[in-house]
Design a protein around this ligand. Sequence first.
Ligand SMILES: Cc1cc2nc3c(=O)[nH]c(=O)nc-3n(C[C@H](O)[C@H](O)[C@H](O)COP(=O)(O)OP(=O)(O)OC[C@H]3O[C@@H](n4cnc5c(N)ncnc54)[C@H](O)[C@@H]3O)c2cc1C
Length: 390
Amino acid sequence: MKAAESLSAAASVEDATSRAAQLAAAHADAVDREGRLPTEVLDALRAEGLLGLLVPTRHGGPGLPLRTVVNVCRRLSEACASTGLIYAMHQSQSAVAIQHAQNSDWLQGLLARMASGQWLVASATTEGATGGAIRSSACFLDPQTDGHLRLRKNGAVISYAPAADVFLVSARRAEDAAPTDQRLVAVLRDQIQLHAHAPWNPMGMRGARTDRYDLVADCGPEQVYAEPFSVHMSQTMLPTSHLLLGAVWLGIAVSALGRARAFLRHRNRGGAPLNPIANLRLAEGETLVQQFRGTLAACMALYEDADGPQTATERMVSYNALKVGASELVVRVTDIALRICGIQGYMEPGEFYLSRHIRDAHAAAVMVNDDRILGSLSTVVLGVPLNRDL
Ligand SMILES: Cc1cc2nc3c(=O)[nH]c(=O)nc-3n(C[C@H](O)[C@H](O)[C@H](O)COP(=O)(O)OP(=O)(O)OC[C@H]3O[C@@H](n4cnc5c(N)ncnc54)[C@H](O)[C@@H]3O)c2cc1C
């Protein structure tokens, strides 16, 4: 893309993001209260062309960099974290679809449809039998006599399934394959049947409509990505999901601290005596947000510097450290915001009410359990040098 074109693309993304974020903010409380998808915002994201931002120009998209999308995600999350979460997961799945289509006509054609139809991509990796251990599957790709593949995945945890156009589903390569010998398959909405379990009443991220399903899919063998799922995970899904979700958690933290600052300004304007302790808390929150932004920015730069000197292991440790650090920081910052706002943050209604932010923040540590991530790092970190240069 030429410089002038990329400038105007950036300006139009900026404007479109502002409009979508305004809409998301207007509906955030209703979406949370009713535990419903932010359909009006998803419609706007489609209409504004913000869903297909990563799709390369040769497939009809603008081919914008992940950094742009991470910033869109943060802006949406400041307004409504459920919307941000949907956007983050969709873009991470899109990145996988883009990076790993290889020379498959069908999978490349999917990218063109994602751009032209502004398709929403969902993820079905978690499974009842294996729980949070997404690097192993019980379900498998089962060839049928007519040449199709059938896939039955029970207890799949899927966010925003009713709105999704395509699902990336993990499964064992074949019935006799080991649990970790997995492939990813792109299944279209009309190829999938979802039998919902009793609906969950989640603590937070209620607008993402994360529910459990028994999934049955019938699709063609050309819809299976050629490389093992482990390659998608390490090369694309892990870095992009931690960067995009990191932007979601940062968005929540910024929004909560913004409410706390507005609360203090409101008090000051009303002539209340200065509250040095609350001001100190605000400063503490600001330092944590700076730390948060710094870690996210460092990982973003690491992602962009694909040819840099860091080993694959060092990169994996950095992205996972971002995930675990962000889960802690977002909870700490929302807690600080609550202490500053006091009862005004605790009680509804009111412009300083923080319940939604606090409940949404707790999704970070659970959505791929932090302990599982630390567990997977616990042996690796023994060999990673601590005294690396900046
Ligand atoms: C808001 C939200 C949206 C989600 N959306 C989707 C989606 O769209 N698609 C999808 O596929 N999944 C989704 N998930 C599921 C998510 O990806 C995880 O699989 C799920 O949250 C893990 O659940 P868990 O904590 O019960 O499982 P586990 O990770 O199994 O953790 C259960 C317990 O076991 C411990 N534990 C287990 N194994 C280890 C280990 N090896 N080391 C250390 N501790 C261990 C954990 O500490 C924890 O106490 C979503 C989850 C949330 C919260």
